[in-house]
Design a protein around this ligand. Sequence first.
Ligand code: ADP
Length: 162
Amino acid sequence: MKTAIYPGSFDPVTLGHLNIIKRAARCFDRLVVCVMVNSEKPAGMFTPDERVDMLRRVCEKLPNVEVDQYTGLVADYARLQKACTLVKGLRAVSDYEKEVQMALINRQLNSRLDTMFLPSGPKYNHLSSSVVKEMARYGADLSDFVPREIIDEVRHRIDGRK
Ligand code: ADP
């Protein structure tokens, strides 16, 4: 069974992430979307549990997709899951440099682990979780940015913080 991991912050999951999830799920027997919890990073807008919960709702109809969270190195997590591929989405050239560096480091940490890059869907090239939060702050329609299952939750969180 070929397992891949799609790691990220997903704070919150966007339509750009979902596009990568659906495409990667077609390439592997099992895809584990993993919310990586980094104790060095400032807390996000949503807790890791909330991010997992939103991802689970969004991926509910994708039978070979699982959602998890992990505090630690993705190279170790891949070993635990017996995965030999990491999936990464590439938006602009700016993603490329950082992601290639991470891919090389991850392979150094776990020699069985390779990284597969999927180019962003054309509609989502400029989409990030930060853009979503910014749009939500200004009351923009979120339907072009986040899956419909989580629109209300994102909106309520932003409204509660104003
Ligand atoms: P961000 O906070 O920038 O949205 P994440 O850490 O949650 O990023 O992203 C996880 C992975 O998803 C990374 O590989 C990132 O390059 C990729 N990704 C993020 N947004 C998009 C998008 N709009 N299209 C394709 N890939 C994306």
